[in-house]
Design a protein around this ligand. Structure first.
Ligand SMILES: Cc1cc2nc3c(=O)[nH]c(=O)nc-3n(C[C@H](O)[C@H](O)[C@H](O)COP(=O)(O)OP(=O)(O)OC[C@H]3O[C@@H](n4cnc5c(N)ncnc54)[C@H](O)[C@@H]3O)c2cc1C
Length: 362
């Protein structure tokens, strides 16, 4: 369509919603075209004053746990078993965080732990969903975590992202607000636990935060994991890690070499990992994404795993029947924001100084 036939500015001014059918919106692209004459938009067109709005308070609980990953499950189950009425709020459509939505498939340091970890392993075993002590299939993990929260009579709210938090005059947290298909909703409680990983609740409640190395801001790389199907363990045993009594390092080296031979360049993760969660389903992690910050939507948008673009997709062991069984919906973090009491700086040295509670380092 030529410019003469299509006045983009006029189109935007008329308030028509443009459906983006291709490409990804990143950064402030198009910010100069913001409709500065829209009510609430500041004169420079750069900010918008959102009008106040009445929203429903859905209920009150003893404890609200925000984030249904490994930490959130443990917190919610423990609180409920101790008699609290608990609500667990999760942004994804399933519980488990990195274990399920992130396809991690491994409890690296978990097989010798007691408590809830032990219980999860027993439940995995009952479903024949654990392999070689610490490896598991993400899908049965989702079911097990659902069962655990149901057994503990925990109320669960999926597909709901915590987007705001409100305190009373004494600065005690009283309400969280979620955004979902039902719109904005508020939930009240006596106690809130932030297990969003990235400190979303704490930061919305007014905490300061820091990230990465105190001196450089650098943090550990992100990765995304894919599930491979269509190959049997016997075919790729020399590249498979996690097998009983065998080294993790040797198969990783063999896999890195194989990737280099088949693609002409090494993987961005120098020790790529391939391990069986069934005899014909494998977890593959071959990439390290550097410089990415999980709290920046631009970064997450640019690094979304897409078939044909994603690095592990190009670098799987060469087998004609191989196929990607599942991609994660996003790149996952090893490093998160660390909420802290502003303006006190957070540093590893604070641990040495013995700061506790209000001055704690996550
Ligand atoms: C590739 C990779 C490999 C890793 N390997 C290991 C390993 O082997 N062993 C290990 O111990 N650790 C490993 N980690 C680190 C791992 O991420 C953490 O140990 C683990 O995820 C911590 O659990 P969590 O519950 O705190 O966070 P997460 O698993 O990130 O769970 C947080 C949950 O909160 C939800 N959430 C986030 N924001 C909101 C919001 N605003 N509202 C509602 N819900 C929200 C998320 O959707 C998610 O479900 C690995 C990480 C990566 C990326």
């Amino acid at each position: 369509m030529s410019d003469s036939k299509f006045d983009r500015r006029g189109f935007l001014r008329r308030g028509t919603t443009a459906a983006l059918t291709a490409g990804f919106v990143a950064g402030s692209a198009g910010a100069e075209e913001t409709a500065a004459d829209t009510k609430g938009v500041k004169a420079d067109g750069r900010t918008f004053l959102e009008p106040a709005k009445e929203i429903p308070v859905i209920g009150r609980w003893d404890v609200i746990v925000c984030g249904g990953g490994p930490a959130g499950i443990a917190a919610a189950v423990r609180a409920a078993r101790d008699g609290a009425r608990v609500l667990l709020i999760e942004a994804n459509g399933c519980l488990g965080g990195i274990w399920t939505a992130g396809l991690l498939g491994c409890l690296l340091d978990g097989y010798n732990k007691p408590g809830i970890t032990q219980e999860i392993f027993e439940r995995l075993d009952k479903r024949d969903a654990r392999r070689y002590r610490r490896l598991f299939e993400p899908e049965p993990m989702k079911i097990i975590l659902d069962e655990m929260v149901q057994d503990a009579k925990i109320d669960v709210r999926l597909h709901s992202r915590v987007v705001a938090a409100h305190c009373d005059e004494a600065n005690r947290l009283k309400l969280v607000v979620t955004e979902s298909k039902s719109g904005r909703e508020a939930f009240a409680a006596d106690v809130f636990i932030d297990t969003t990983g990235d400190g979303d609740l704490s930061i919305n409640a007014g905490c300061g935060w820091d990230y990465g190395c105190p001196d450089t801001g650098e943090a550990q790389p992100f990765s995304y994991i894919i599930l491979l199907t269509g190959i049997e363990l016997d075919e790729i045993r020399p590249y498979a890690s996690g097998l009983p009594g065998e080294s993790w390092a040797v198969p990783k080296q063999a896999l890195a070499k194989l990737i280099e031979q088949t693609t002409g360049h090494g993987p961005s993760y120098a020790s790529p990992t391939l391990f069986p969660v069934r005899d014909d389903v494998f977890v593959l992690m071959a990439n390290h994404e550097y410089g990415l910050k999980g709290y920046r939507t631009d970064d997450l948008t640019r690094h979304v795993p897409r078939p044909g673009r994603s690095e592990p997709n190009d670098r799987r062991p060469a087998k004609p029947r191989r196929s990607v069984g599942q991609h994660p919906h996003r790149c996952h973090a090893r490093a998160y924001r660390r909420p802290c009491e502003p303006p006190h700086p957070r540093a590893i040295h604070d641990l040495d100084r013995g700061y506790l509670h209000r001055r704690a380092v996550r």
